[in-house]
Design a protein around this ligand. Structure first.
Ligand SMILES: *Cc1c(COP(=O)(O)O)cnc(C)c1O
Length: 386
């Protein structure tokens, strides 16, 4: 009898790449005597601003408060409506509720899986003040069309670019143009500060307001002057976190290039596996603009005898992690209580049930991709409806 092959290490769906120089840099900050917001946050903001073509950028402790603060700066509040997508991390619409406004969902385009801009005009009312597009999986929403629409209807734009740091539109970096742009540096994002985010603003006056909202509304002058003229929160990034970001930012291009290579390997190996003939849906094959934050396939629910959770369990048993990004927001209890119902956004609901995020992170190998595709193909092939 031959021995069972050694078990392969568990492959998570994502994992941050933190180098030794960054870890040593963090230790230095911890020993320095200044561990919360200070010189490293300033340095990180300066580098982010340079990355964003010199636009003002402020760092925060999440990529959620950034969007809430952008809405506050834009004066969006009670009585106002904000257009967004039902297929996102729930932060995107929660922040609209947080400022007292109402989210107005517009269904996704089933091909890009992003907010369908062709449906936005039908959703506008005299109360509409802003639009929050999301670049799901790093694939950018059409910026030409988005900003033309916003200009025509006098709407503010808060780009939820949490997933598209490193993506471009027509050769320009996401963040280097437009209105407000929000990035997240959560542990799973393409660069991380463990938790954190930043907001790209239009001018220094907005940046000053962002600083106030970031820390209790405080304005300081001279050695001892302090005033508070608005209600701010507690959203500042620490220097420890900023030091992590300073170690990540120089590696962004390398990370993006590696993610693109792995995404190409997925397309090639999935085509060879026969999975498309079993009805598996693929993402848009974009290798110029997308940063490939995620590689998401659409399970063919009508042709399978098992549900997504069972596919995930079988992948897990084979040592492979997968993820769900995301269930449709309007079907959560909170949103149903506010009036939304199943059937409201049919493409987002189908994506919410059937999208499956496969492993993709810079330290993965091509052999890992082979393993993921072979395992998924074997599972789907043996669970076909007759
Ligand atoms: C990660 C993410 C956020 C929120 O970022 P946090 O830093 O976790 O607050 C918002 N929107 C989308 C689409 C995200 O992926």
């Amino acid at each position: 009898m031959s021995a069972a092959p050694p078990a392969q290490p568990y492959l998570p769906f994502t994992r941050p790449t933190l180098d030794d120089a960054t870890i040593a840099g963090v230790a230095e900050v911890l020993r320095s005597g200044w561990i919360t917001s200070g010189p490293h946050v300033k340095a990180f903001e300066a580098q982010l601003s340079a990355y964003c073509g010199g636009r003002p950028v402020r760092a925060f402790n999440s990529g959620t408060c950034t969007m809430e603060i952008a809405l506050r700066i834009a004066g969006v509040g009670p009585g106002h409506e904000v257009i967004t997508t039902p297929l996102s991390w729930v932060a995107t619409s929660n922040i609209v509720l947080d400022v007292g406004a109402r989210p107005v969902f517009v269904d996704i385009d089933p091909v890009t899986r992003n907010l369908d801009l062709a449906r936005v005009e039908a959703a506008l009312t005299p109360a509409t003040r802003a639009i929050i597009p999301v670049d799901l999986a790093g694939l950018p929403v059409d910026r030409d069309r988005l900003h033309a629409l916003a200009k025509k209807h006098n709407l503010r734009v808060v780009e939820d670019a949490a997933q598209s740091f490193g993506s471009t539109w027509a050769g320009r970096r996401i963040g280097s143009f437009g209105d407000f742009v929000s990035f997240s540096f959560h542990a799973n994002k393409n660069i991380t500060t463990i938790e954190g985010g930043c907001l790209v603003l239009n001018n220094e006056a907005e940046a000053k307001l962002a600083e106030q909202y970031r820390l209790q509304g405080v304005v300081r002058t001279g050695f001892d002057g302090m005033d508070v003229d608005l209600v701010g929160g507690k959203y500042n990034l620490t220097d420890v976190a900023a030091r992590v970001g300073l170690g990540q930012l120089p590696r962004l291009d390398e990370f993006t290039a590696r993610r693109r290579e792995l995404a190409r390997a997925y397309f090639e190996l999935i085509a060879a596996s026969g999975l498309p003939s079993l009805g598996l849906g693929l993402p848009v094959a974009n290798f110029t603009d997308s940063n490939w934050h995620m590689f998401q396939v659409m399970l063919p629910e009508a042709r399978l005898t098992l549900k997504r959770a069972e596919v995930m369990a079988k992948m897990h048993d084979a040592g492979i992690g997968t993820g769900v990004h995301y269930p449709a927001i309007h079907l959560f209890s909170l949103y149903r209580r506010l009036g939304w119902q199943p059937g409201d956004y049919r493409h987002a609901e189908s994506a919410g049930r059937n999208l499956l995020t496969l492993p993709l992170f810079p330290a993965m190998t091509r052999a890992d991709v082979v393993r993921v595709v072979d395992t998924l193909a074997a599972i789907l092939r043996s669970h076909q409806k007759s």
